[in-house]
Design a binder for this molecule. Sequence first.
Ligand SMILES: [Zn+2]
Length: 114
Amino acid sequence: MTDCLFCRIVAGSIPSTIVHRDDHLVAFRDIDPNAPMHVLTIPTTPIATLNDLSSEDDALIGSMFRRAAAIATEHGYADRGYRTVFNTNRESGQTVFHVHLHLLAGRGLNWPPG
Ligand SMILES: [Zn+2]
């Protein structure tokens, strides 16, 4: 079994609140939310960081953004607004090295981010 927390969520070996699952993506609630809605969308196959993407991943990454938008819409945030963020490596705050798209919604979000 992998040590990667998100691979274990994909495998179902640790509990999570799944909001979407298909063959390529899993979306689940962040266990330490930073907004009323904080969902992480991940690919089912692991990629460590955005630095590790290839052109073959273009459709996958596009589908992650479209899924996040669909989740925001389902929960009533499409018009209010929401933020989608990939953090990459240490100074950004990435702590799990399996790419994940944050979806944050439900409160005013500062710009620039801290
Ligand atoms: Zn992983």
